[in-house]
Write a protein that binds this ligand. Structure first.
Ligand code: UDX
Length: 466
């Protein structure tokens, strides 16, 4: 890793830190240096308290650090020494300018590439690892070639990352596939081979796919778009289920038993979140528009639109059920992370839900086992609004447990599928809630029948309410 902006360290750390650590772990003969401009972050990587949590990450870092894995802010020196460089910088969605809201901001990719070109004194293989729209490698190649000298050549590869948060180490150790794109020239193929050799230290060669550069770049966007599309498809069906009495879990199971469809990624929910899905689809939408393919753009855009609709639909159901008003009603929100087993809240559905509850003047009490209070307030505050946090704190409080959150509440809303929410003592919770006590399950994790027998009024996404 060669470069990172301070602002976007989180995503850099989450997805890329583990990748390099696993390479060092599996290839003791290779020296891996992870560089970053942020001293605090590098100090954390060099401490006993790593800047991110991923099961299994500590063991791997502690086993290799100081042996063949190093963390440093000395970008230049690391670039000079390296034969192969992963460019793992963030590519956030542009907030302003051309393509705002859709296109990826490639400023970090470009500055990292320029920096490599400037300081390199020997030939390098440069690997594009950030999620970038198609043909970014071409821009990187142009910059590197324009800056190269006779005795130095740069070969570009694309090697997208498919790992998911919370399972990063396992995904890296046992990947479904590794994808390496390169130019189909003799030099390009040689560079591709060099990277294949690294992964082949622990990944069976039939799982290492080599393609041309553009296929590799597009495959990353395509894989995320296809995954998100499955969730939007099942969520669209969940609306039909609620209106007709079909049960979305049963429908998903029956469809998933078709081996052509498969059972995974068909869990209905209040909406997908995370740093990748929405961003990558919007990138695909922008790319399609740029290519003058408006129908294709509209097709993929619908996956994101449906996701927004699903969140709004859930909020409407809650308000309607609570007698058409939630003003000053107490709502306990269980879970704030975008999925279980992570403290990451980027694009979390819980943010949209809570903002809507606040807009309706409800009293919101949030509990999440991993997300910090600061993060919650940061996510819920509106940028630029003076004293926002102060007024926010009148509407939002943070609880230390699901029990504390639901005390005196009118309704419980499950926004993240944390395992602990499945095994709560719901009798105890029911006793301390206002009656009638409502529970809205946005993750389909509770046993609705059992809760109804306690006295709860239960609403589950994708199931008819009784
Ligand atoms: C995703 C991709 O899975 C990974 O391959 C890529 O490299 C990065 O983006 P991640 O964002 O970590 O990984 O989370 P993932 O487990 O894919 O879940 C994304 C969102 O979809 C979560 O909000 C999750 O709760 C939701 N989801 C997932 C569902 O609502 N239903 C499902 O069936 C699966």
């Amino acid at each position: 890793d060669v470069y990172s902006s301070k602002k976007d360290l989180l995503s850099w750390c989450r997805l890329r830190g583990p990748t390099c650590a696993v390479i060092a772990y599996k290839c003791p003969h290779i020296k891996v240096t992870i560089v970053d401009l942020n001293e605090i972050r590098i100090a954390a990587w060099n401490s006993n308290n790593l800047p991110i949590y991923e099961p299994g990450l500590d063991e791997i870092v502690f086993a290799c650090r100081g042996r063949n894995l190093f963390f440093t802010t000395e970008v230049e020196q690391a670039v000079i020494e390296a034969d192969l460089i992963f460019v793992s910088v963030n590519t956030p969605t542009k907030k302003v300018g051309m393509g705002a809201g859709y296109a990826a901001d490639l400023a970090y990719v470009e500055s990292a590439t320029r920096q490599i070109a400037e300081v390199a004194r020997s030939s390098k293989i440069v690997v594009e690892k950030s999620t970038v729209p198609c043909r970014t490698a071409e821009s990187m190649r142009t910059i590197l070639e324009a800056n190269s000298r006779d005795d130095i050549r740069f070969d570009i590869l694309s090697n997208p990352e498919f790992l998911a948060e919370g399972t990063a180490i396992n995904d890296l150790l046992h990947p479904d596939r590794v994808l390496i794109g390169g130019l189909q020239t003799p030099e390009g193929r040689r560079a591709q081979e060099a990277l294949v050799e690294i992964y082949a230290q622990w990944v069976p060669t039939d799982k290492i796919i080599t393609t041309n550069l553009w296929s590799s770049e597009l495959s990353k966007l395509a894989a995320n778009a296809l995954l998100a599309q499955r969730i939007s498809s099942i969520n669209a069906l969940s609306a039909i289920c609620e209106a007709t009495g079909a049960d979305i879990d049963e429908v998903a199971y029956a469809c998933g038993r078709d081996s052509r469809i498969g059972p995974k990624f068909l869990k209905a929910s209040v909406g997908f979140g995370g740093s990748c899905f929405q961003k990558d689809i919007l990138n695909l939408v922008y790319l399609s528009e740029q290519l003058n393919l408006p129908e294709v753009a509209a097709y993929w855009k619908q996956v994101v639109d449906l996701n927004e609709y699903q969140k709004k639909r859930f909020v409407s159901c809650i308000i309607k059920t609570l007698f058409n008003t939630i003003t000053n009603k107490r709502i306990a929100v269980l879970g704030f992370a975008f999925k279980k087993d992570t403290g990451d809240t980027r694009e979390s559905a819980a943010i949209t839900l809570c903002k809507d509850f606040i807009q309706e003047n409800a009293q919101v009490r949030i509990y999440d086992p991993k997300v910090t209070d600061e993060q919650i307030f940061l996510d819920l505050s509106e940028p630029g609004v003076l004293d926002n946090t102060k007024s926010l704190k009148k509407r939002v409080t943070i609880a230390r447990s699901a029990y504390e959150a639901s005390e005196n509440a009118d309704a419980i809303v499950i926004a993240t599928e944390w395992d602990e929410f499945k095994v709560l003592d719901y009798e105890k919770i029911y006793e301390k809630m206002h009656k009638p006590a409502f529970i809205f399950d946005g993750r389909l994790i509770i046993d609705a029948e059992r809760l109804r027998s306690i006295g709860f009024r239960v609403h589950t996404i994708g199931k008819a309410s009784i």
